[in-house]
Design a binder for this molecule. Structure first.
Ligand SMILES: Cc1ncc(C[n+]2csc(CCOP(=O)(O)OP(=O)(O)O)c2C)c(N)n1
Ligand SMILES: [Mg+2]
Length: 573
């Protein structure tokens, strides 16, 4: 396919350096925010940002991992690629977790790394790292620019590849010799990628097959993943579910794809999903997977997953279909295009009264549950109150652990593009910087970072950005003085041997927030929490709140390792 090159997209007349060219290329791509950190190999690039007074914002993180997680939060909440710049060697290697995270969670990122000069590549030069080698298995694609004439085309391709098809991270490694080279030529940005042609439109015969299956299904269910949101197909999903009265289970990343208050929403399925959601998947005779990858945290033991179901799987990435769950009706397509095609068909189908009654019975009999005590704050209750205060409409980012699962269960997401979490890689340290990126991308929206006392300490240096860039992010630390999720597994599966999971020594988070010039509060009981939530949300600026939650609280229900989706434990008190 040929990308159209419009006259006004031609690079400017020269002379200019590779770095000037770089700035112009970002402007032409419509970049408004860049997350980065300078260093030797990118000095020419940073000099060009300064000299040319680049018309986009550069956000100086305090660690490259903070920059890339922020770029992920920006990408998830805006749908636009997150752009990152880091220097060679340690700058680039500090990005590795974020790149892997974006790859696992299909987030569009374009990452520019500095590299030592072309002449010395391979000599173990100062701050040299083999960025292409390191990032090959963790990127959708990667490049090293070895001729300035290729630079414009490479940048165009990088943005195109990152954001189309199944999104993902693309790395562009830029040797210092390229960014310093002076050139007088104008270069082509046109590109043709015969090996990269995502299939967007569904095969009509497969749509007919799925329509027929829907026509005869007695116990159908939709499993809706992040692919629905990437395709901006949330309205089509809702219309489709309503038209055929299909219950919808969301994956962790699919949350917000259907409002949680919708009568057909069963919330999240999987390891810590609701009993009703998991039993709907288990008992289904037709499981329509739209944009989810049948991740092991969703399916539990594959041998026991949806044993009677005919499986239809709509995914833009053909590699996902049949990877974990054998599929009867594969449909390679963009979720929106597939749903539009399905909506055009008028399928007559049997009534599903019995099926809905069973599901409703499960929801009523086995709701998500929790207990409150005077000892400390109930995290689940806190999240329910937060839902009420914010109408389920806040942008919520989480870190990884118990608080993440409680948030997925109890913060009732009403809107798409508001749920930001590290699902595939499960990277601690993700949530707080992701909230910074989300707030930059969505400056007018309420952004709440729900984080653990463990995970927050992995990137809390980014607190400085709330002050430096005037970002009103609300940080709610669910402080259980523990690596809670590790502690929970040790309690349940390792006979309560709490090996290195108790955080007996934690900093004073309030003082720490204050040292960054941020309002900090400590909250110790449910009654204080009522007041505190109001204060936090109404406060004009960033807040760090240290919520002392019940230390021994566990996440339930749960599919224990090796168990099937129908074998949840902790379903009732
Ligand atoms: C970078 C990284 N290291 C280790 C882990 C393993 N891990 C998963 S959850 C967890 C505990 C997280 O503790 P905290 O942030 O306090 O959250 P909590 O579970 O207590 O809510 C750990 C150590 C991880 N997911 N990521
Ligand atoms: Mg904790």
């Amino acid at each position: 396919m040929k990308a159209e090159v419009k006259a006004d997209q031609q690079t400017e007349p020269m002379p200019m350096t590779g770095s000037d060219l770089f700035v112009e290329l970002l402007v032409e791509e419509g970049v408004d925010t860049v997350f980065g950190y300078p260093g030797g190999a990118v000095l020419p690039i940073y000099d060009a940002l300064h000299r040319r007074q680049a018309p986009f914002k550069h956000i100086l993180s305090r660690h490259e991992q903070g920059a890339i997680f922020a770029a992920e939060g920006y990408a998830r909440t805006t749908g636009k690629p997150g752009v990152v710049i880091a220097t060679s060697g340690p700058g680039a290697t500090n990005l590795v977790t974020g790149i892997t995270d974006a790859m696992m969670d299909s987030l569009p990122l374009v990452i520019f790394t500095g590299q030592v000069a072309s002449k010395v590549i391979g000599t173990d030069a100062f701050q040299e790292a083999d960025v292409l080698g390191v990032t090959t298995p963790i990127t959708k694609y990667n490049y090293q620019v070895d001729d300035i004439a290729d630079f414009p085309r490479v940048v165009s391709e990088a943005f195109y590849i990152a954001a189309t098809g199944r999104p993902g991270p693309v790395v562009v490694d830029i040797p210092k010799s390229i960014s310093e080279e002076i050139t007088e030529k104008t270069f082509e940005k046109d590109f043709y990628l015969p090996g990269y042609q995502p299939t967007i439109k569904p095969n009509p015969l497969q749509i007919i097959k799925l329509s027929e299956a829907i026509g005869s299904a007695k116990q159908p269910v939709i499993l809706a993943g992040a692919g629905v949101l990437v395709a901006e197909a949330q309205d089509d999903l809702r219309e489709f579910a309503e038209k055929y009265d299909l219950p919808v289970v969301n994956t962790l990343h699919g949350l917000g794809g259907l409002p949680r208050s919708h009568r057909l929403s069963l919330g999240m399925g999987g390891m810590h999903g609701s009993y009703a959601a998991n039993m709907a998947l288990y008992d289904s005779d037709l499981l329509i997977n739209i944009g989810a990858r049948f991740d092991d945290r969703l399916t539990g033991n594959l041998k026991k997953f949806a044993p009677q179901a005919k499986v239809a799987h709509i995914d833009i990435d053909p590699a996902e279909i049949g990877k974990n769950v054998s599929t009867d009706i594969p449909i390679v397509a963009d979720a929106k295009k597939a749903l539009e095609a399905l909506l055009k068909r008028n399928i007559s189908m049997p009534a599903h009264e019995e099926w809905h009654k069973t599901i409703q019975g499960n929801s009523e009999k086995y709701p998500l549950w929790y207990e409150q005590t005077d000892e400390a704050i109930s995290p689940q209750w806190l999240l329910k109150r937060l839902t009420e205060y914010t109408n389920g409409e806040a942008v919520v980012t989480t870190d990884v652990g118990q608080h993440q699962m409680w948030a997925a269960q109890f913060y009732e997401m009403e809107k798409p593009f508001n749920w930001v979490t590290s699902g595939g890689l499960g990277s601690m340290g993700f949530g707080f910087p992701a909230a910074i990126g989300a707030q930059l991308g969505r400056p007018d929206d309420l952004v709440i970072s729900i984080t653990g006392d463990g995970g927050f300490q992995m990137n809390m240096q980014e607190l400085m950005l709330l002050k430096a860039y005037d970002l009103p992010v609300k940080v709610l630390i669910f402080n259980n003085a523990a690596l809670g999720m590790v502690r929970q597994w040790q309690e349940s599966f390792y006979e309560e041997r709490y090996s290195e999971s108790l955080l007996e020594a934690n900093p004073d988070f309030v003082k720490m927030a204050e040292s960054y010039g941020i309002h900090g509060i400590k909250v110790e009981s449910d009654s204080e929490a009522e007041e505190a939530l109001k204060e936090i949300i109404d406060y004009d600026g960033p807040v760090v709140a240290d919520f002392r939650i019940i230390k021994k609280e566990k996440v339930y229900p749960m599919i224990a390792p090796g168990s099937g989706i129908n074998e949840m434990i902790g379903v009732t008190k």
